[in-house]
Ligand binder design. Sequence first.
Ligand SMILES: C[S@@+](CC[C@H](N)C(=O)[O-])C[C@H]1O[C@@H](n2cnc3c(N)ncnc32)[C@H](O)[C@@H]1O
Length: 251
Amino acid sequence: MNQDTVARGATVRDVRGTGEESGDRKDAARRKFDRWAVSYERDRRSRFNARLQQEALAALELESDDRFLDVGCGSGAAVRAAAAVAQRAVGVDISPVMIRRAAALASEIANAEFVVGDSEALPFPDGSFTSLLCTASFHHYPNPKRALAEMARVLERGGRLVIADGARDILTARIADAILRRLDRSHIGLYRSDELAALLRGAGFTDLNVSTLYGGGYAIVRGRRSTNVERAAVREKLDPQRGERRARELD
Ligand SMILES: C[S@@+](CC[C@H](N)C(=O)[O-])C[C@H]1O[C@@H](n2cnc3c(N)ncnc32)[C@H](O)[C@@H]1O
């Protein structure tokens, strides 16, 4: 694993070699965002994404003791904002050019780190983070359940997660989704906001909250990784006390 210090602040690691083999859809995403990285945060389309990202970050309600991860961080705007509040702020993205730009933009920020990596094989130990963000990126993941399992793994129990992305709740979004599925190899597909919530529930997240923007064209889904107590109680339909005993056995 390589680790380079970038300027005085942010660090960047490249762990592509340790991840599993990327499919050609992920290569397409990497190529697309390597090209887009140069103008990201400046062009009209990425400034539009910025509003969704800001709303999603606010929904995470960061605190000073948070260890924050942004999955599909792009050029790192949310990591820079989170670093001003949280103890540690890390961004991971499959595009090496995005990560280089993110590190350059955060070069003065000591508690910001950037890593090249795949959302479906996150390069972090279990329970590394207390809060996790993923904006305008989830529709690029060929194995969404694997990505969510990875997000749950790197979050500590009780850790918060916010996923925000385009949503198929309205006709115009469904039309755009159908066109992009045909034309853009990196675009795997959008979900309805209730489908996103169901995916999160299936991955072990609880306290789910769904809100939409632009009349249902975008969804922000918030959840919390279940604790062992909650998981045991749900899975085995036990009363809380017996669930707690079972949870201790699971630890
Ligand atoms: C539209 S940009 C969004 C960037 C930022 N999150 C935002 O809201 O502005 C999507 C990002 O997801 C990244 N991405 C796509 N597939 C990925 C994957 N499998 N693992 C990690 N990042 C991925 C892309 O490289 C790109 O930087």
